[in-house]
Every structure is written in structure tokens, then in C-alpha cells.
Design a protein around this ligand. Sequence first.
Ligand SMILES: [Zn+2]
Length: 293
Amino acid sequence: MLTDSGGFQVFSLANLRSIKEEGVAFQSHMDGARIFMSPESSMQIQSKLASTIAMAFDECPSSVADKRYIKNSCDRTVRWLYRCRDEMDRLNSLEETINPHQLLFGINQGGVYADLRVEHMKQIRELDLPGYAIGGLAVGEDADTMYRVIEAVEPHMPKDKPRYLMGVGTPVNILEAVERGVDFFDCVMPSRNARHGNLFTWAGMMNLNNNKYLLDERPIDENCDCDVCKRYSRAYIRHLFKARELLGMRLCVLHNLHFYNELMAQIRLHIEKGDFTEWKNKMVPILGKRAPF
Ligand SMILES: [Zn+2]
């Protein structure tokens, strides 16, 4: 289990935030309550949640913010990382800590500026943490910019530690990032898209709300062995959506999560077989388009 620090959420969801060296004050988007969060309080919350991996508390500036702002922000994120590490060490040494083996991952920032990304990565790798993430991407910049940033920063990430690309992405984004040296991912996409009837299949993407599925008795994906595809038809799940029956969303989420797990299993398999690039080049044009059915 992995928990995020709240850094991204503060900067993407909260109103009225003010950033100081000590931490960030913001207003909750849920009930308007004033909240103060610091590197220390983020580590304390994650320690109580007892996740396997805790993420560093960082500032996640807009990837297209001006360069001087991002440079100052990166410097503060480095200082905050030392505070996160010290607090995590303290918490892990306490007798009452639920998971005293909790791991801290650092997060690389620097917007779309390759030189800032590299400089920041060199600074945070000095802490010799168990893993490193690339953060602050997939926040509105185009995919080619994201790939360019990964290519710039990846050579400076430790070779023997897991690399995690935060908040990414589509099946194609994942395949492209793996080719560039990324190991793992998190994203709302499989579940959020599913709730709108947008499904991923081995033949491409489909939207179940489309009229052409009205009487379609086939499963979502004939090449999928998830429990949904074994049992239910496109027509039935589409009917559930039209009737505003929540089971429709649930079945689509189950299928999409199964698809993503299977995608990662296939990636591992092809890396081991040594034909990852060949397989990836075959899959990208298929998975990035609408399914032909
Ligand atoms: Zn399925």
C-alpha cells in the first residue's frame, strides 16, 4: 500500500493556500475548515495509516509556472525532504508505530525544465532513500513534453531503486514511460473512466454509452478473463448505465482495473522475454485508438 503526502492534493484541490517555510495553510475543499500541513504532520498522518510506502511532502507547482518560481519551490522541497526523512526516522523508532518499516520515497519536481529536474534529482538522491518518484507531470502539459522530462531525469535516478511516475496514465503513457525506465504508476484513470462508461480493451478504447451496444450480447472484451467479461454483456451493462443503476459503474471499474493489472503483468512478461520494445511498438497504435467494434 502506498499513501500520498497530500502535497499534490493541497495544490490541486485546496483554496486560499499560503506557502511558508514551515508548511502550507489551506482551506479544505470539503468543509472550508482551515488546515495547516507540514512535512512533519504529513509523515505523522502517513505513519498512522501504516502504509508500506509513504511519499515525501512536496510543493507541486504548475508545470508551466515561471522558471524562477519553480527553482525556489524545488529548493524548498529539498529542505522539506530532509525534514520528512528525519520525522520518518523518528516515527519508525517509536514503540507504538504500527509499521516501523515504513519506506519514504522522494519526489522529483522541476516543472517542464530539464535542467531544474536534473539538478533537483541530484540533490534528493543524496538522501539515499528506498525509492524515487517523478512528480508534477500529467498536470496539463502534452505527452511529448512529459516523455522529454522523463528522458532528461531518468539517467540521474539511482539504477537500483524503484522509479515511480506519479499520476500516470493511459495504457500508452504507461508503455512509453516503461520504455524510458519507469517501474510503477498510480492513476485514477481506470476507475474514473469506468464510471463514465469509458473502457479499455486489448483492441482499443470503447464507450459503452454508444447506441451500437444497445443489443450487443458480447462481453466488454472477448480477450479479457475478468469476472465481468465472463458473465455480463455489453448490452446489459449499458442498460445499467441508462437506468442509472450504480452496478453498471461497479462492473466497469472491475473490468478496467483487471485490464490495468493484466497490462502490467504483460509488461513484466515481455521485459523478461527480452522483446518488450517490439511488443510495445505493436500495442501502442492499438491501445491508443478506439476499438474497431
Ligand atoms: Zn473484462
